[in-house]
Design a protein around this ligand. Structure first.
Ligand code: NAD
Length: 383
């Protein structure tokens, strides 16, 4: 019998289940690179249900009960007296989502001697100390591609929201105003602008593909260059490093994983090297910027806008500086947790659990750490 601690975001304030806006979600054939959607033996939920909150339990309550395993589901994750901290002591498996991350620090891993599997429901396992996981032989896995397109769509939304000054204009409409001059005094078209992504992995490439029809000039940098045919098809310019890209564009969108090389990447110096009036969009991880440098650049006007959905810590304090900085279009960390994405990553979580509990190999593309080393997608996308 295994014990699993699942850390999920709290239920909606009006109760669970919510009244859904739609009756179903589209059925997809597969992922854009031809890989298959998750293949668990079965699922015990209807796609389109809210699964990422405590009552949703990723649709896995029956699975754990039927197989005789213990499941603890909680949203109480921070501080020494939290349910997570208490239950971790004898847990074999921890499951958490980046939207409400259970921070598995080296200290916490040291206090969890039975822990063997840290599963991310979603993509991005930087809330797990990967070095500590390697040292303790913990397998770290996530559902690669499950929400990549969800994030790409949100990125396009936030890019347009910033450049077209959507948020203040919407506020005027709600508040009963008709202040055309005030709305348009900061509104531009993206057409003709230079748009660049840091990393052209699954999300970054999908963002490039979605921005191309807007008539922008595309740029990217990545530690792995795209095939020449893809570069030509997109008409995208490759930059050998972040500094070269940052100087050459009007809009930067960040899509690299968070690890030593990318931590604090957009600091005062790099932001200062960007064109005056640039926009920075970050749906990767907040710590890839220096938060105070972002605030200062917005206040001075060097950055015309900042948007994204990732913060540190999560949830951020009520007085976090990013809530009140000028010209931002931030959301909470929601881009990868649409009802559409939840159906995929909940099914993928079950696929991984079924394989792991049966002693079968986990799909290589789902792996971040295994056997004391970076593995699969982890070996490709982290260094
Ligand atoms: P991916 O593994 O397909 O792509 C990552 C890319 O980053 C790879 O092409 C890799 O070569 C590149 N890269 C790594 N280090 C780099 C560096 N130093 N400079 C430039 N490029 C570098 O992953 P993905 O599905 O595209 O996801 C990317 C990241 O987005 C995740 O790691 C996660 O942090 C974040 N994410 C956020 C959400 C959200 O809800 N906001 C959801 C999913 C993923």
């Amino acid at each position: 019998m295994a014990k699993c601690v699942m850390v999920l975001y709290p239920d909606p304030v009006d109760g669970y289940p919510p009244r859904y806006a739609r009756d179903s979600i589209p059925v997809l054939d597969g992922y854009p690179d031809g890989s298959t959607l998750p293949t668990p033996s079965a699922v015990d939920f209807t796609p389109g249900e809210l699964l990422g909150c405590v009552s949703g339990a990723l649709g896995l309550r029956k699975f754990f009960a039927d197989n005789g395993h213990e499941l603890v589901v909680t949203s109480d994750k921070d501080g020494p007296d939290s349910v997570f901290e208490r239950e971790l002591a004898d847990a074999d498996i921890v499951i958490s989502q980046p939207f409400w991350p259970a921070y598995l620090t080296a200290e916490r891993i040291a206090r969890a001697p039975k822990l063997k599997l840290a599963l991310t429901a979603g993509i991005g396992s930087d809330h797990v100390d990967l070095d500590a996981a390697r040292k303790h032989g913990i397998t770290v896995a996530e559902e690669t591609y499950s929400n990549s397109i969800s994030v790409a769509e949100h990125t396009v939304l936030q890019t347009l929201a910033l450049v077209r000054n959507f948020v203040p204009s919407h506020r005027y409409a709600v508040d009963g105003g008709w202040n055309i001059a005030d709305c348009v005094a900061r509104a531009y078209d993206v057409e003709g602008m230079d748009f660049g992504v840091i990393a052209a992995g699954r999300i970054g490439r999908a963002v490039l593909e979605r921005m191309k029809p807007f008539g922008v000039r595309l740029h990217y940098t990545d530690i792995h260059r795209l095939p020449e045919s893809v570069e030509q098809e997109l008409g995208v310019t490759f930059h050998p490093d972040v500094a070269s890209l940052a100087r050459a564009v009007d809009i930067v969108s960040i899509h690299s994983p968070l690890y030593a090389d990318t931590r604090g990447m957009f600091d005062e110096q790099l932001i200062g090297s960007m064109r005056r009036g640039s926009y920075l969009v970050n749906t990767a991880r907040a710590e890839e910027t220096v938060p105070a440098a972002v605030v200062a650049a917005l206040e001075s006007g060097h950055l015309a806008g900042y948007a994204g959905d990732v913060w540190y810590p999560q949830p951020p304090a009520a007085d976090h500086a990013w809530r009140s900085m000028p010209n931002h279009a931030m959301t909470p960390h929601v881009s990868g947790s649409t009802l559409s994405a939840q159906a995929r990553y909940a099914a993928g979580t079950r696929e991984i659990l079924e394989d792991w509990l049966a002693g079968r190999p986990i799909r290589p593309e789902y792996l971040i750490v295994q056997g004391g080393e970076l593995a699969g997608t982890g070996a490709h996308s982290y260094r």
